[in-house]
Structure formats: structure tokens, C-alpha cells
Write a protein that binds this ligand. Structure first.
Ligand code: GLC
Length: 654
């Protein structure tokens, strides 16, 4: 793109000079030169999306100047250790794609009470092999119900129950010194209605009313509602809320107290950019950008995944790169596979949007295969997903703090002879334990009678059958449940990306009903799978043959195996293959670092894959299973035990 077509080059040079003489004037020559290099490098990437968003505004240059001023301020105040980190990341740009990366996700209070005491748990995290720690929302939430912290009233303060901003910086440093990168949520689609901007808007200040989507009557909201889905049809139906005190309808996609920000206003983008860089300068290395699909609204659409939502992310990325290039963006876009890939940056935005994003489809397909004891849908659906850009990585997970929504596409189901609607209904029945013989013990979340959707809450262990087995004192079933848990972890460890272990799943923690006693949590059953860490159980993790010890130790072993399997680098291609056995999933990872064949038995019965098929996939002679370290002979058919996974590499001939 020709920069001059957006802003005159003389103006751009003038802006740079202004920064060098302003916020950057006290910096030494080398630091200024570094800024200049990045400024010149990233400016086209800044201008391209900004022109899409605000190019028609007469005050475009003023807003651009404001954004660059924020960037320069943040650069000038970035602590030295973080500047060095930026240089380090630039010298090793694939750092987050390496097989050594292992993520762990937890709530500060549920894991360790406070930020300061998270530090004491670093040895535990290291024992697991963790290199990336996502602490669930920890910025100051509104008082009362706050959607698990996703209703932030002050982005510059930490939730006082967890500690202070200084505690956060100290923790980030301590983690970094142990090789663990800190990831924090940034809720950029909405603020709490108690946020300063929202309070001013509610008090009638027209400037701040322009930070949100507000309407004097139902005319526009009614038009939007015609094509808008509902995220929480149960406890927050509709997408707008009326406030008598200031006589406006406010856009509230999620709960009433979460007000959607209006990014048609460049001041909102500037405000959020400032917050991002503030957090980056505290030592946060990865920002989990919440609900990014919803950031732009357009009539007659579902107001998700709009091109402008991508432009906003691209602008954020290019701007933050100038001040804090080590910072990584993680997209939380729980959308259909075809809508998901653009969050990793496609076309002219390749490598210029988010580096990592949740692979929601893979997660759903794993559960679908487990319930069905068939891998046809998973194989077909994955084969129909486009390739991942080589400089990105997925976040692979078996479940998170949210419910599981059955994002199975009708087209994928139909292609293999299933009805998408009925299959989704089956999965809801199965995982809520209603289906005859189902091993799962989940609960239904947000039944939507209009669409028939029934999402599911539950911990990994409860969904995989351990809870039912323990209730029935059925040790055979408990063994199968343990195998399922390990199978799912083996899958996310082998797929392309950063595997995330959700706190407690490494110890097979079960559903926790204690949220029902807390009135501000009771109507949201996602809390059933957000238990408190059971440190007593964790203490038994080395005690012989308990399920806890088995899950923990086997998980650690698989993590170590992954760290030493170079073919699992995220750069390697990742594609599903037919094994000619509908019960055994096949996945190939292939790249410059080698080729690996994953075979996974999704049933409780022994399964076989014919040797011809293994040969056809290009694996011959002696094979080594990276999970167990055992060698296998591909001249015989391969057998897999119930729920067994194999990570096979060909042993090089000497
Ligand atoms: C994200 C979070 C979810 C929250 C929503 C609104 O989807 O994962 O927990 O309810 O955003 O912030």
C-alpha cells in the first residue's frame, strides 16, 4: 500500500520528529534509533487498518498522532528487562511455537489465593513443565456479579482480593526468571457499567456516551435484533438494556452490566491501546483479547467477525509492536472454523493480526469422537480446514473455564451422513448424562429453545467418566475414564500449537457444586468446572496407584515427551488422515524437523491399523513411539489398547 495515499509523507516525518523531541527526547541515541526503525517498519501496518476504520474522518491525522504518542510514551517508560525481552523475542520469533511450550490456566484465588502466593506455586508449575501461565481475569472487576472477572471497572488496578499492580509486575518477573510467560485477559469488547467511561456516559456526558453504543429508542436495536444471536439466552436475553436514569438503550451483548465499546470512535481504540501497553509494561507477555469477534457492529449481520473487527486487531498489533514487540496477541474468538482462521491474519494481514487463537473446533471434535467412538466427523472436518499460517500457533485445549458449545457445522455433519442438528442434540444428551449408557456427568448450560442449542459445563474428569465411575465404585470404568483423560491430553499435546492444561485437570478434579451456595455465582453453572485447587490431592500426586497420581504422572510424562519431539513444532503441517479404521484417528505432523504419525483409539476396545495403511502414509520399517519410548515394527499390523495414543516416528536407518 502506498502510505502517501493515506497520509502525506511529510506529515508522517513530522509526527516522528514530534515524538523524538517529545516523549522520546530523554532517550539515548541507540534507543531512539531503535524506535525509528520500528516506526518505519510498522507504520504501513498501522496505516492500512486505521485507514479502513477511520480513513474518512477529517481529523484522521490528529487521531493517528494521538495513537503514536501513546506508543512513544509506552516505549519511553518500558522497563529495561522488558526491552531486553523484546530483543530476545525478535531473535527467536518462533519461541511460542516450540514443542517446549506448555500452558496452564487458573484463577488466582482458586489456585493460590493471591498473586504473591502464586509465586510459591512456581515449583509445582515447573514440575508439570509449564512455560505459559494464563491467570484468569484479574483486573479490578465491578462489585457483585462480574462474569468471572470479565466485567472490568478499572484496567489499571488489580482485583484487590488478589493484590496490587506491583504484585502483578513482581509475579511476572518471577515467572519470567523461571521460563514462564504470563498471559492476562484484556476484555476489549466491553467494560463494566461501573468503569469510569461508563459512569460518565450514564451521567449524561455526550463525549463518553460516544464510547458505547447508545440509542434513544428501540428503532435501531429492533433492527439489529433481527439478525443478532443471544450469547446468554438464559440469564441475559436480548442484546440491549434500557436505563431509565439516562433514557438510553445500551448495547449489552453479554450481561446487562457489560457494555459493548464503540470502536467507530477512535478515542476508544486509543484508550484500549493505552491499557494494552500499560499491561505490557507491567511484564504481561501475552494478552488474551476477549470476545474479539464482537468488536464491530453492522446492521443485517450477526455483528460478529466483521472486517473492521480484524482491522482493529491489526491496528492494535502494529501499534503495540513499535513499543513492545515481544508482546503476543491471543484471540478469543469462539467462532466457526471458516471464520476463525482470519484471526491469525490472512492475505495482506498475514502475520499481522494475532499470533495465537483457541482451536475451538478441535476441542469440540475430540468430545464428539469420544461420545461416538468414531473419528469420521473429526477427520472430515479437520481435513476441510485450511492450513494454519506458518508463523502462528493454535491454543489446543480439551476444555476451558467456559461451557462447551457444539460447534459442529451442518455441512461437515451432512458430508458424512449425519444431521448436524441431531448430532449436536446427541452430544448435549450424552455429556449431560441423559443418553443411555453415557459415561459423562456434565450439566446443561444456556438451553436456547429458539435454536435447540444446549451447551455443556463440566470438568474434564467428570465429562470423561471418572465421576460416574467413582459414584458407582466401578474400577474398570474408572480405568477407562483415566485413559480417556490421558487420550485427550495426548491429542492436544500433539496438535499444532500450545497445549493448555486447565487447572485441576492434571489431578482429575471432579465437578464442584459449591458455587450454588454463592448467590452471585449460583445462576451460572460454568462455576461447576472452576473448582478450587485441591492441594491435598496435589500432595498425593506421587502416591502410588491412585487415579490422581496416575493422571498427574502420565500427563507429566507426555509433556516431557512433547518437549523432546521436534516434529511437534507449530511450524510443521498438521493434517488428519484416514486410518481405514473408523475408531482410530490419524494425524500427521510434517515439517523440516521430521514427520510424526499420531494414532489414537477413541474406543474402549482394542483396535488395529493395517500395516499397509501405515506404509501408505509414508511410515516404514522400525517406528518409535515417542510417548512410551518403545520401538514398533511397521511390518506387522499395529494394535492400540483401549483409548491408547501413539506418536510414531520412523527410526532413521543407519
Ligand atoms: C469470553 C469469556 C467468557 C465471558 C465472555 C464475556 O467469551 O471467555 O467467560 O463470559 O467473554 O466477557
Amino acid at each position: 500500500m502506498n502510505i502517501a495515499s493515506v497520509v502525506d509523507e511529510v506529515v508522517l516525518r513530522g509526527l516522528l520528529d514530534g515524538l523524538l523531541q517529545g516523549p522520546l527526547r530523554r532517550m539515548d541515541h541507540l534507543e531512539q534509533a531503535l524506535f525509528r526503525i520500528r516506526y518505519e517498519l510498522y507504520l504501513p501496518d498501522v496505516l492500512r487498518p486505521l485507514a479502513k476504520l477511520y480513513g474518512n474522518r477529517p481529523d484522521f491525522v490528529a487521531h493517528l498522532g494521538n495513537l503514536l504518542g501513546i506508543v512513544a510514551q509506552a516505549y519511553a517508560s518500558r522497563p529495561e528487562e522488558l526491552r531486553l525481552l523484546d530483543l530476545r523475542r525478535a531473535s527467536e520469533p518462533d519461541w511460542f511455537q516450540q514443542p517446549g511450550m506448555i500452558g496452564y490456566v487458573c484463577y488466582v484465588d482458586r489456585f493460590a489465593e493471591t498473586l504473591a502466593s502464586v509465586k510459591d506455586k512456581i515449583p509445582y508449575l515447573k514440575e508439570l513443565g509449564v512455560t505459559y501461565l494464563h491467570l484468569m481475569p484479574l483486573l479490578q472487576p465491578r462489585p457483585g456479579p462480574n462474569d468471572g472477572g470479565y466485567a472490568v471497572m478499572d484496567y489499571r488496578q488489580v482485583n484487590p482480593l488478589y493484590g496490587t499492580m506491583d504484585d502483578l509486575s513482581e509475579l511476572a518477573t518471577a515467572l519470567r526468571h523461571e521460563g514462564i510467560s504470563l498471559c492476562v485477559d484484556l476484555v476489549c469488547n466491553h467494560t463494566a457499567k461501573e468503569h469510569e467511561w461508563a459512569r460518565k456516559a450514564a451521567a449524561g456526558d455526550p463525549v463518553y456516551q460516544g464510547y458505547y453504543h447508545m440509542f434513544p429508542d428501540r428503532a435501531l436495536p429492533d433492527q439489529y435484533e433481527m439478525t443478532l444471536p443471544e450469547v446468554f439466552p438464559d440469564f441475559a436475553p436480548g442484546n440491549f438494556t434500557y436505563y431509565d436514569s439516562f433514557q438510553r438503550w445500551v448495547w449489552t451483548t453479554f450481561n446487562e452490566y457489560q457494555w459493548d465499546l464503540n470502536y467507530t470512535n477512535p478515542a476508544v481504540l486509543a484508550g484500549m491501546l493505552d491499557i494494552m501497553l500499560f499491561l505490557a509494561n507491567q511484564g504481561v507477555e501475552i494478552l488474551r483479547l476477549d470476545a474479539v469477534a464482537f468488536m464491530w457492529k453492522r446492521l443485517r449481520t450477526d455483528c460478529q467477525n466483521q472486517p473492521e473487527a480484524h482491522a482493529i486487531l491489526q491496528a492494535f498489533r502494529a501499534l503495540t509492536r513499535i513499543a513492545a514487540p515481544g508482546l503476543l496477541f491471543k484471540a478469543e474468538a469462539i467462532v466457526s472454523p471458516d471464520k476463525l482462521l482470519p484471526y491469525l491474519g490472512l492475505g495482506e494481514a498475514t502475520n499481522k493480526e494475532c499470533e495465537i487463537a483457541y482451536h475451538n473446533s478441535f476441542m469440540v471434535l475430540l468430545w464428539s469422537s469420544l461420545a461416538e467412538r468414531r473419528v469420521v466427523l473429526m477427520t472430515h472436518a479437520l481435513q476441510n480446514m485450511p492450513d494454519t499460517p506458518v508463523s502462528c500457533a493454535w491454543l489446543t485445549y480439551v476444555r476451558c473455564h467456559d461451557d462447551i458449545g457444539w460447534a459442529v457445522r451442518d455441512e461437515d455433519a451432512a458430508a458424512i451422513g449425519l444431521s448436524g442438528f441431531l448430532h449436536r442434540a446427541f452430544l448435549s444428551d450424552f455429556y449431560s448424562g441423559r443418553f443411555p449408557g453415557a459415561f459423562a456427568r456434565g450439566v446443561t448450560f444456556q438451553h436456547n429453545p429458539k435454536t435447540g442449542d444446549r451447551r455443556i459445563s463440566g470438568t474434564l474428569a467428570s465429562l470423561a467418566g471418572l465421576q460416574a465411575a467413582l459414584e458407582q465404585h466401578n474400577w474398570h470404568e474408572a480405568d477407562l475414564a483415566a485413559r480417556r483423560i490421558l487420550l485427550l491430553h495426548a491429542m492436544i499435546l500433539a496438535f499444532n500449537g500450545i497445549p493448555l492444561i486447565y487447572m485441576g485437570d492434571e489431578l482429575a478434579l471432579l465437578n464442584d457444586n459449591s458455587y450454588l451456595d454463592n448467590p452471585s455465582l449460583a445462576d451460572d453453572n460454568r462455576w461447576i468446572h472452576r473448582p478450587r485447587m485441591d492441594w491435598r490431592k496435589a500432595g498425593q500426586r506421587h502416591d502410588g496407584e491412585t487415579v490422581t497420581a496416575r493422571i498427574f504422572n502420565e500427563t507429566c510424562k507426555m509433556i516431557q515427551a512433547r518437549k523432546h519431539t521436534f516434529s511437534l513444532h507449530a511450524e510443521a503441517r498438521c493434517y488428519a488422515v484416514w486410518t481405514h479404521n473408523e475408531q482410530v484417528f490419524g494425524l500427521i505432523r510434517a515439517g523440516a524437523r521430521g514427520r510424526l504419525l499420531v494414532l489414537a483409539n477413541f474406543t474402549e476396545h482394542r483396535q488395529m491399523v493395517l500395516r499397509h495403511r501405515i506404509h501408505d502414509m509414508g511410515f516404514k520399517g522400525e517406528l518409535i513411539d515417542r510417548l512410551e519410548g518403545e520401538t514398533l515394527d511397521s511390518w506387522s499390523d499395529l494394535h492400540l489398547e483401549p483409548y491408547q495414543a501413539l506418536w510414531l516416528e520412523q527410526v532413521p536407518e543407519v
